[in-house]
Ligand binder design. Structure first.
Ligand code: ADP
Ligand code: ZN
Ligand code: ZN
Length: 737
């Protein structure tokens, strides 16, 4: 047996591991993550290295390979834990060891260019305005422009984007108007004096939960806990209490939050409570900046890392707790190989570090709830909103009935009435549409031809500026005047998008102020946050948007939420459609009445009898769960059974098909009757980015058996490299989208 070893645990070195022979007496102990002494270079100097992979394939001439000298036995290193995690991910989710290690190890910063500086405004708003006025009066255009840009960008910009001459920047720096910083400072946007250690007194239920978990913690019990608490029930306060407890014991904490909820509001809450102990990563940080934050974690400079999925791999030395907020979010599952789920991976990491895991959600994933009911997780509930705000009143409106009564508008009469009422009362309204773009797809009314993306098997979406856009690959083309197939001029758009809704609302209520938030209005950095904070300040009456408006925001003046077409997410084919619908509707409804005024919600739908919709309207998670789990049981879907989805793809259509058949054959040879094999069949998105795609699904109660099948398929493809040289494969365990 041979070990592939890297000497320096860094991203760049991964592509050049060195191979060593594993002496027989070490066979039992050498595994990924183990640190070993190896003879290196001409002088055979003994150096330390990490085993990343154990294999029976020699990649070089065996006679020239050296042997491992010995195993390093001192304390367990963070790096070795990360490599162990990578090996575990590779085994459990597929993909290569290289992909797995690259997922867990951050990239070192590139050499910083001079332009990579950030300018940060450090003067008070009154002073900003005074100076702005002054520069304007004195016609100091360059200074005026720089200050204006800084103010417009919440006080921080990249130097190279400022377009200001270096003299202007230097002047600002000398005058203490700005600070020039080498890295984008996410940390500590507040002055130390703002830190507000005055915490909320936990209510009875919150205290019970916090104390139970703390008691376990102090007794050395490490578990996975699920906190099922309605939106606004004070889960975050509980997390903060527990985080404080854990860091007081000298341990560190990773807190995962979906990227979309990583808002200024949330982040400030943590800064205010924990000050300089906190660091934050998000996808806007460059790889180098992220690396820097990870360094601060491994050096002990910070104790709490907040971030999306990838924050899980923060190299803390004494990790004590991992919190996953909104644990049901789809973004916790990686869309690249290895397609790991942050929840399971967190539990594995916690095991290796002797840490606890807390999952929290208002609408727990069916999987987590199932695990909690089966005793794998310990379940806690927070059934009431912390501030005694009452849950909103929800109406379901049957859109078929509306049409029968002659209402052809997308707004039901009930919703229109309530909107009028709120506008009069100067309260705010949110309208939620599970879709984006001006309108749906474009097709020919004469021949029925739908305009499709030439690279992907999906319809293009019409945008206001007269173009058709593929939301999958980004392909764009001008809207044709004539049907490309039959030449008819009757081509038109169908369906309704957020932009159209915005226009209709403006027409209906010409004096109301409407803003829209969807993928198109938030393409640029910070736009997301800008729209929401403007809305929070009351600068708009009505906010129209896609799912991104429903997450994690507190708008106390919103007293009406309209869900325009609750069904849209039900139409998708996959087994989580019901779960996703319930989740979206519950979250959307949860936006209403967060302040002291009671809220109302109108759910418009063509399927008023659907259990997800009824349960969401009643804010009844249990009843949703009971129906949903019955359905999963019946059809043997996760979490009742495990499922492995195998995607086989090629740029050549017949190769994709033949490869899929071959792989199916291979699976058939290893499977027994406890597994159910479905396919191969064309993927619902058959062609994407010029690849033809086939799916094979395997269902089985036993996860390990699915892992075995994956391993067999990998071996089989390796043994037939030539046959499969134009074929790609991707494994997805318990897929959720
Ligand atoms: P969740 O995370 O469950 O959505 P939060 O922790 O954000 O809930 O709490 C919702 C609101 O209630 C916040 O404004 C929070 O400050 C407040 N809150 C939570 N717990 C308490 C408490 N025990 N006393 C007073 N206010 C609280
Ligand atoms: Zn046509
Ligand atoms: Zn496309």
């Amino acid at each position: 047996m041979y070990a592939n070893i890297i000497i320096d645990i860094s991203y760049e070195k991964l592509d050049r591991p060195f191979q060593y022979i594993i002496p027989d007496e070490m066979l039992a102990d050498v595994a990924p993550g183990v640190q070993v002494f190896i003879p290196f270079g001409q002088g055979n100097r003994l150096i330390k290295g990490y085993v990343i992979e154990v294999t029976d394939k020699a990649e070089y001439d065996v006679t020239r390979l050296k042997s491992i000298n010995s195993i390093v036995t001192d304390s367990i290193q963070v790096e070795s834990r990360l490599i162990k995690i990578a090996a575990w991910m590779r085994d459990n989710y597929g993909g290569t060891m290289n992909q797995a290690i690259k997922t867990v190890i951050p990239v070192k910063s590139e050499i910083r260019h001079k332009e990579d500086r950030y300018l940060r405004l450090i003067i008070e708003p009154e002073e900003q305005n005074r100076l702005l006025e002054y520069f304007k009066q004195k016609n100091m255009t360059a200074r005026y422009r720089l200050l204006r840009t800084l103010i417009d960008n919440d006080g921080s910009i990249e130097a190279k984007l400022s377009k200001a001459a270096n003299e202007v920047i230097r002047y600002f720096e000398q005058q203490n108007i700005i600070k020039v910083e080498k890295e984008r400072i996410m940390r500590n946007p507040i002055k130390l004096s703002d830190i507000d250690n005055e915490r909320k007194e936990l209510n009875k239920t919150q205290r019970y939960i916090a104390e139970s978990i703390e008691r376990d913690y102090d007794n050395g019990i490490r578990e996975t806990y699920l906190i099922h608490g309605v939106t606004g029930s004070g889960k975050t306060e509980v997390y903060m209490e527990l985080i404080e407890h854990v860091i007081a014991k000298g341990r560190e904490v990773i807190m995962l939050i979906p990227e979309i909820s990583l808002t200024y509001q949330t982040v400030m809450r943590f800064y205010k409570r924990f000050g300089d102990n906190v660091s934050i990563i998000n996808s806007r940080l460059s790889k180098g900046e992220k690396y820097d934050q990870f360094c601060r974690a491994s050096s002990g400079e910070i104790k709490i890392m907040i971030g999306p999925r990838s924050a899980l791999f923060t190299p803390f030395n004494n990790l004590g707790l991992i919190v996953i907020d909104e644990e049901h979010e789809g973004s916790y599952k990686s869309e690249n190989s290895p397609k790991y789920h942050a929840r399971e991976t967190a539990i594995k990491i916690a095991q290796l570090s002797n840490a606890s895991v807390i999952l929290g959600s208002a609408t727990p994933s069916v999987t987590s709830y199932y695990n909690a009911l089966n005793g794998r997780y310990r379940l806690f509930r927070l059934n009431e909103r912390a501030m005694n705000a009452i849950m909103p009143k929800v109406d379901i409106v049957d859109l078929r009935e509306e049409l029968k009564q002659g209402n052809k508008s997308v707004f039901s009469r009930r919703l229109q009435d309530l909107m009028r009422d709120r506008i009069e009362k100067k309260e705010q309204i949110m309208l939620f549409l599970n879709r984006r773009g001006y309108a749906g797809f474009v097709s020919c009314r004469s021949c029925g031809e739908a305009m499709k993306c030439p690279h992907c098997d999906i319809t293009l979406t019409y945008h206001n500026e007269g173009k058709l856009v593929c939301h999958y690959c980004g392909y764009e083309t001008p809207m044709p005047k004539l049907c490309p197939k039959c030449g008819s001029k009757y081509i038109a758009t169908f369906g309704t998008g957020t932009q159209k809704i915005e226009d209709m609302v403006k027409k209906m209520f010409p004096y109301s102020r409407v803003v829209r938030m969807d993928a198109d209005t938030t393409k640029h950095k910070n736009e997301h946050e800008k729209i929401l904070s403007a809305y929070a300040r009351g600068e708009a009456d009505i906010l129209v948007g896609t799912q991104m408006i429903v997450k994690g925001h507190d708008f106390p003046n919103v007293t009406l939420v309209g869900i325009l077409a609750a069904d849209l997410s039900l139409y998708s084919q996959d087994y989580v459609a019901g779960e996703r619908t319930f989740d979206l509707l519950t979250q959307a409804a949860g936006r209403a009445g967060r302040g002291n005024k009671p809220g109302e919600v109108v759910i418009q739908t063509y399927s008023p009898d659907n259990y997800s919709i009824i349960a969401a309207a009643g804010n009844d998670y249990e009843s949703f769960y009971n129906s949903e789990i019955m359905y999963r049981q019946l059809l043997e879907y996760p979490p009742v059974a495990n499922m492995l989805a195998i995607l086989v793809f090629s740029t050549e259509e017949d190769i994709a098909e033949h490869s899929a058949d071959k792989i199916r054959e291979c699976i058939g040879n290893v499977a027994d009757d406890t597994e159910k094999i479905i396919g191969p069949s064309k993927a619902s998105l058959y062609k994407a980015n010029d690849y033809y795609r086939y799916m094979i699904y395997i269902k089985c109660k036993d996860y390990e058996k699915l892992v075995k099948i994956k391993n067999m398929v990998e071996l089989y493809m390796n043994d037939n490299v030539n046959y499969f040289k134009k074929t790609g494969i991707q494994f997805d365990f318990n897929p959720i989208n």
